[in-house]
Write a protein that binds this ligand. Structure first.
Ligand SMILES: *Cc1c(COP(=O)(O)O)cnc(C)c1O
Length: 450
């Protein structure tokens, strides 16, 4: 295989790929939508062949058929789950990362790239108010970030309480599903605590639940997870009281801010995160609300040494890497890694942090205005005042089926992508607004269909 043979054929493909990529960045993205596997097979058949399709043909299959069967997560009226809104700069730099074969697992191989990633992590760490000694790594997503932090937390607790036979993670009943997944993978208990009437986890409830568990069982809590912005409704736990109750009991305090902690850079909501500075570890996904492409989760430890002792892999062929330099593979569950934080770094370095604050405030303003439009809408009821940028509401008189039908039609009509969610057993709709290109006119267009 000619890897470094830039023949005229490769040149032609490069031109095609660049033209397609730039067009995708320049034009308003199409919303598009899924098709069944059978349907796709009928159109493109088996694309893996002994002789190969050739670059041009394979690209055509992708651009004409497969790409159109993928919903654009950066469409301004894609308000589903948590969409994404990478800056042009970050997307363009992703092309550079792709063309550079950078290895991001070790300092020895990727020093320059890791240095840059670490400066981007430093920005987040400073916004959170963690000490200068804090640090971490970009991992694939919040799920791996939470798991990596919790594995480090348990290792730390094992050292301090070696006679413990059974471990537990404590978190709100409203915590993200990835915490239950981590507990399952780690084979530990999950102590699920009911949040207060304001739906936030508070320190007093955390203290009572942990003390009760410790008094009545052999199980010991090794970490408390607070959520800095729930995914469904954007509710931020009472980080100050939860952190205090956690540390009073000599337990690790982890803040899952995969979605919400991005807003640390927004002065208008910064106080909601008071107490985050006490975190032993935290995560935030730049691919959610920090305008970076998939997939990048910033995982930051107050004391990275604990993570390093936990996660460093030892093997004869790796020992040459063991020195005092900062190797990202030492801080999470991974070894080989793409420098997935680099597109985020480039955009942050190029635009400056003020631009991030501005873009963040813009999304928060649109969320506020959207909530007001929902309040004023004759058929809708706002579920709660948005704490961050998620606007949740119900449609009067609608059943689950009605919500699904409306959502399907909205996508079929290529107006927007807003699948129904639920809250306390009741079907709801939610707008997750993370895209600075989502305008209030986009929200109006959607609300007009309700
Ligand atoms: C999205 C999310 C996660 C999971 O992150 P992934 O990047 O999808 O793995 C975890 N916690 C919260 C609060 C989230 O919003």
């Amino acid at each position: 295989m000619p890897i470094h043979n830039f023949s005229p054929e490769v040149q032609a493909l490069a031109d095609e790929i660049l033209a397609y990529s730039l067009q995708r960045l320049k034009d308003d993205p199409p919303l598009d939508g899924p098709r069944t596997a059978d349907d796709l097979f009928n159109e493109v058949g088996n694309t893996i062949t002994a002789k190969g399709l050739g670059g041009h043909e394979a690209l055509e299959v992708f651009t004409n058929v497969l790409a159109k069967a993928c919903i654009s997560t950066d469409h301004p009226r894609n308000l589903a789950f948590i969409p994404s809104a990478p800056t042009e700069y970050s997307n363009l730099f992703d092309l550079v990362v792709g063309a550079s074969s950078l290895y991001g697992g070790s300092w020895q191989e990727g020093a320059g790239a890791v240095f840059a990633e670490n400066q981007a992590l430093r920005w987040i760490s400073d916004l959170a108010g963690l000490p200068a000694s804090a640090g971490g790594v970009f991992v694939q997503g919040g799920t791996i970030g939470n798991l990596s932090a919790l594995v480090a937390a348990r290792a730390h607790a094992r050292g301090k309480y070696p006679n413990t036979s059974r471990w537990a993670i404590a978190c709100s009943a409203e915590a993200h599903s990835s915490i239950a997944s981590a507990a399952n993978i780690m084979d530990v208990e999950l102590l699920s605590i009911e949040p207060g009437a304001d739906r936030k986890l508070h320190g007093d409830a955390v203290g009572v639940a942990i003390d009760n568990l410790h008094a009545t069982s052999q199980t010991r809590v090794f970490a408390v997870v607070a959520t800095g912005g729930t995914t469904n409704l954007g509710i931020v736990d009472d980080l100050t009281s939860v952190g205090a109750a956690t540390h009073e009991r000599d337990i690790w305090f982890h803040v899952d801010g995969a979605y919400g902690l991005a807003a640390l850079c927004a002065p208008s909501v910064r106080t909601r995160f008071s107490g985050v500075e006490a975190a032993d570890s935290l995560i935030v996904d730049p691919h959610k609300w920090l305008f970076a492409p998939f997939d990048a989760c910033a995982l930051i430890y107050r004391n990275p040494e604990i993570a390093k002792q936990t996660h460093t892999q030892h093997a004869s062929y790796l020992e040459t890497l063991r020195d005092d330099s900062w190797s990202p593979s030492d801080y999470a569950i991974h070894l080989t890694r793409r420098v997935r934080g680099l597109p985020f770094w480039f955009s942050l370095a190029a635009h400056g942090t003020d631009a991030y604050t501005e873009a963040m405030e813009k999304t928060l303003d649109v969320a506020k205005a959207a909530a007001q439009l929902v309040r004023e809408h004759a058929n809708l009821e706002l579920l709660m005042d948005p704490e961050l940028s998620i606007v949740a509401f119900t449609r009067k008189g609608w059943s689950v089926v009605d919500y699904q039908k409306w959502s399907d039609k909205l996508l079929a009509d290529q107006i927007g992508f807003i699948p129904p969610s639920s809250d306390k057993g009741q079907a709801i709709l939610r707008f997750a607004i993370v895209n600075p290109w989502t305008k209030i006119s986009d929200i109006k267009m959607i609300l007009d269909t309700l």
